[in-house]
Design a protein around this ligand. Sequence first.
Ligand code: NAG
Ligand code: NAG
Ligand code: NAG
Ligand code: NAG
Ligand code: NAG
Length: 425
Amino acid sequence: MAPLLRNLAVAFGLLVSTGRNGVSAQTTPPEAQGLHSLFVAAGKLFLGTATETNNFNDSAYLAIANNKNEFGLYVPENSQKWGPIQPAPKQFVFTSPDAVAAKAKANGQLFRCHTLTWHSQLPTFVANGTWTRDTLAAVIQTHISNVMGHYKGLCYSWDVVNEALNDNGTLRDSVFLETLGTDYIPLSFAAAALADPTTKLYYNDFNLETIKAKADGAVKIVQLVQAAGVPIHGLGFQAHFRVAQTPSQASLVATLERFTTLGLEVTFSELDIAQRLPANDTSLQQQARDYVTVVASCLAVPKCVGITLWQFTDKYSWIPSTFPGLGDACLFTADFAKKPAYSAVASFLAAASTTSASSASSTGIAGAVSSSAALTNESLVLATAGEPGTISELKSGSSPFATMIMISGMSGLLWPVVLAVLFVL
Ligand SMILES: *[C@@H]1O[C@H](CO)[C@@H](O)[C@H](O)[C@H]1NC(C)=O
Ligand SMILES: *[C@@H]1O[C@H](CO)[C@@H](O)[C@H](O)[C@H]1NC(C)=O
Ligand SMILES: *[C@@H]1O[C@H](CO)[C@@H](O)[C@H](O)[C@H]1NC(C)=O
Ligand SMILES: *[C@@H]1O[C@H](CO)[C@@H](O)[C@H](O)[C@H]1NC(C)=O
Ligand SMILES: *[C@@H]1O[C@H](CO)[C@@H](O)[C@H](O)[C@H]1NC(C)=O
């Protein structure tokens, strides 16, 4: 909790200095202020970036990434995924994500954590193991309690379950679905709530912004977790878009609001906007409009807390190797020059914070503090709204974790009481 509070205090410090320097802010060109500072001044908590230790020997990269006015949050691009972090049973490799966390802390940046239960980038022992419901539930619990326990108090949020949906809105085939059915989802969130009650628990996926059937599926996931009496706090929209195919602001806002009305906060968690190579002036101008559309959509939704870029420079973007022929998706070129999209976002945010004045700034930190403080109340509401027995078919077996699921599912006890009972057990 203390690091989170410290980070919030850092964000508060940023807000105070922005307010005090209101006059000079008008004369400093938007491009010189940094995107995170501009986003905070417009009322949001962070504009962050994915990064990884294999970027940390690049001084030109670090000169931008370490500037907390530019990026207020880091998320490890790969090293917290299950395969790299627990490659063999109970062998945990924290070296790289620890280095990313340490750099974020040194820079005064928030730390977003990614990801726990995901069908992809799994180690062989999980993907190709032979499992029963009890043994796989125990493996999930061991993974989540160790990894989240290691980063306890350090993460603004955790992507607990990632990409569980097919594009048609059904649950994706995986070792988790095959063995545990839909129970693996509330079970993962319950393990996460137990491992670190101070962080925000997210479901994260792609194409929710463009395919209504998939967003319908995500609504069902949220309702499944809530009905089990288990906390879920946020929905991450990956926002891997294409130039000229980015949804309109009205469409994005409507999709985000489907989840805020369920009581969640929302974020664009992996934003990049790819285009066919080579880019030209026309496509770069369209990319600038598309980036502004995404940023404007977050600004228009009070419970959209921030945006994270999936790398900020084309030099390290995952797009060209994954989608041959596409690229040029980031705000900076491979040579670290600011693209038209960077300038457009900076100008848009500078105008937005000028028009919304200081009241918008205070919403940023007030919202952050109150949503953090409201965690307990939110959990209580979710717990009492639970439908008893939703996942009670899970065999209690010998695992205390399974027993906990039984307690929560069958009696609809208040979540803190469930946690207290477990600690006593
Ligand atoms: C950083 O290290 C990686 C290998 O660890 C290497 O491939 C890359 O060229 C290095 N980059 C710089 C800028 O030194
Ligand atoms: C699981 O086994 C299949 C078939 O041998 C193989 O293709 C796949 O790569 C394995 N998965 C992992 C994560 O090791
Ligand atoms: C949904 O998509 C999955 C994966 O492509 C497919 O296996 C399944 O049959 C589809 N279900 C429906 C109802 O279309
Ligand atoms: C710019 O790129 C777009 C997208 O690839 C293409 O459709 C268009 O013809 C290009 N325009 C010019 C002037 O090359
Ligand atoms: C929690 O709920 C109670 C009763 O509704 C309310 O009085 C209290 O202010 C709430 N606390 C927070 C932190 O929201």
